[in-house]
Design a protein around this ligand. Structure first.
Ligand code: ATP
Length: 330
């Protein structure tokens, strides 16, 4: 039986991870979950929101499913999510955004994959207070990280029969940093003759995405633009409740939804487990469990097709009722 690390998170994390674990169990697939707590709730006992045991567990199991974890603001802790990605060198953040059955949105032909660089840019955390009225953040871009994320995007396109990889920058203004990212893309692109290339500025991309999202296929972006644009693409397919994600490196992979811990709906049995479930389905494909991944995906899609959904999608079903309906289908 495969052992997988499960970080059940805080906020709505425990509710949605409970749902996903039950759904996977109902599919017939047996997984030995190595449950690791992290975030706000463990700080008092362990002095950090990301104890070493969590990283050790992922290093041992190679794969993790992660529900959202809150990093307390202003208490001097680095973001758990950012730290996890850095420690494990999960350099690629993959966020596929595709319309789901019966989920009404403005567009019904969205099928975009956002590939976000995960380790540098303004997220490198290099900041300083110059004086009491001035603060400074460094936008760090390296050729090594830029080339490997572009290569990841092209390889993903080849493996998944995608037609185009579009690079997104603001290289007309940040000529050196975004210019380096763009140059790295161009170099890597030479190795992929069968994939179409496109270059776009991030502001233009945002406008076009909300007018003609069907024009886009795979997008590759530096960290900050990737963060913002992937929330936009999540909005195109029904919002954060359905937006899946994965952080992938050479050795490890952590699958997690795009959304945060949603403290406003914590404990109300309202949270939509779909984003975590879709992330888990991708995880099952990643570990080669295609049969179970397809079985669960079908049960989810059939449930949505019947108009059964949680309140974020306009439905009346609670987290547990929605989960129960998927389990019935399995
Ligand atoms: P973070 O900065 O940690 O990403 P955030 O500030 O972007 O967090 P989220 O926690 O992602 O915020 O929540 C944003 C909004 O989306 C909230 O109103 C929340 O209730 C809603 N939301 C997020 N996830 C879900 C979900 N799974 N089901 C239903 N609503 C959700």
């Amino acid at each position: 039986m495969r052992t997988i690390t499960l970080i059940n998170g805080d906020g709505i994390g425990p509710e949605i991870s409970d749902a996903v674990v039950k759904i996977i169990e109902a599919s017939g697939l047996k997984i030995d979950w190595d449950i690791q707590t992290a975030g706000e709730d463990v700080i008092a006992a362990e002095g950090t929101p990301l104890p070493k045991r969590v990283l050790d567990s992922i290093r041992e199991n190679k794969v993790a499913l992660k529900a959202p974890v809150t990093t307390p603001i202003g208490k001097g802790f680095r973001s758990v999510n950012v730290q996890l990605r850095k420690e494990l060198d999960l350099y690629a953040n993959l966020r596929p955004c595709k319309n789901l059955p019966s989920v009404k949105t403005r567009f019904d032909n969205v099928d975009i994959v956002v590939v976000r660089e995960n380790t540098e840019d303004l997220y490198a955390g290099i900041e300083r207070q110059v004086d009491s009225d001035t603060a400074e953040s460094i936008k760090l871009i390296t050729r090594k990280a830029s080339e490997r994320i572009c290569r990841f995007a092209f390889d993903y396109a080849v493996k998944n029969n995608r037609k185009e990889v579009c690079v997104v920058t603001k290289a007309n203004i940040m000529k050196l940093s975004d210019g380096l990212f763009l140059d790295s893309y161009r170099k890597v692109a030479e190795d992929y003759r069968d994939i179409q290339k496109k270059e776009i500025l991030v502001d233009n991309l945002c406008m076009q995405l909300v007018q003609n999202p069907e024009k886009f296929d795979v997008l590759v972006l530096p960290n900050l633009y990737g963060d913002i644009v992937s929330d936009l693409t999540a909005g195109l397919i029904g919002g954060l409740g359905v937006a899946q994600g994965a952080n992938i490196g050479l050795d490890y992979a952590v699958f997690e939804p795009v959304h945060g811990s949603a403290p406003d709906i914590k404990g109300q049995n309202k949270a939509n487990p779909t984003a975590l479930l879709l992330s888990a389905i991708e995880m099952l494909k990643y570990i080669g469990e295609y049969k179970y991944a397809e079985r669960i995906e079908k049960a989810l899609f059939d449930t949505l097709r019947e108009g059964i959904c949680t309140s974020d999608l306009g439905g009346t079903y609670s987290t547990t009722e929605f989960t129960g309906k998927i389990i019935e289908k399995l």
